[in-house]
Design a protein around this ligand. Structure first.
Ligand code: GRF
Length: 215
């Protein structure tokens, strides 16, 4: 299977995909990495792994629709089977989502459905939560609202702050995201309407706990 990975930043999740593909734990190839920022650190990671890169700067388009149409057109020659949003910091339009619905994944740094949107770790700290985490979900038209697939919890400890928590959550993201993609690549994961199915069975509303995954 061919993957397209969309980034805006450092690309540590992209690196986890590169490593998993190279190790064979994720039986797929990254066909292309697309960034909306030319300065995204993840582009160097892709180049180091000999993966083609595309930069499409959203500021050069007069609307979200025009930007998204340009991305769909640029991705088409690579014919991706699965599109991975890995720190891609643009809100996608319904037309983009329709082009890849059912094969479009995102990782969000909270235990969804808690804290869609930004500043997730600070919001968890402010709420006095004892656990933070990250969730991989199918992307649907609702921002960070598509059905969860897999999550990992990270304990909030005495003296924590948002930056410390983000670092610990990211380490789990790098395990979480390739595992969810592996299920898709193996043909075990599907989106049916607004429900995520694993092996034909609906997943729990918060997804599966990574710590309980056997295979
Ligand atoms: C991750 O923390 C992810 O949860 C969020 O954006 C961040 C991307 O980091 N959506 P990186 O670019 O993969 O290092």
């Amino acid at each position: 299977m061919k993957l397209a990975v969309l980034i805006s930043g450092s690309g540590s999740n992209l690196q986890a995909f590169i490593d998993a593909c190279e190790a064979g734990t994720l039986p797929a190839d990254i066909a292309v990495v697309l960034s909306n920022k030319s300065e995204a650190g993840g582009l160097a990671r892709a180049e180091a792994a000999d993966i083609p890169t595309l930069v499409i700067d959203h500021r050069e388009f007069e609307s979200r629709e025009a930007f998204d149409a340009a991305m769909v057109a640029a991705l088409a020659p690579f014919a991706p089977d699965l599109v991975i949003l890995a720190g891609f910091m643009r809100i996608l339009t319904p037309a983009f989502i329709a082009a890849f619905r059912g094969r479009l994944l995102n990782i969000h740094p909270s235990l969804l459905p808690k804290y869609p949107g930004l500043h997730t770790h600070q919001r968890a700290l402010d709420a006095g939560d004892t656990e933070a985490g990250a969730t991989v979900h199918f992307v649907t038209e609702e921002l960070d609202g598509g059905p969860p697939i897999l999550f990992a919890q990270v304990a909030i400890v005495e003296g924590d702050n948002a930056a410390l928590l983000a670092d610990r959550v990211q380490l789990r993201e790098h395990q979480l995201y390739p595992q969810a993609a592996r299920w898709f690549v193996e043909g075990r994961l599907a989106l049916q309407g607004d429900r995520a199915l694993l092996d034909g069975e609906p997943l729990p509303p918060s997804g599966v706990d990574l710590d309980k995954v056997q295979d």
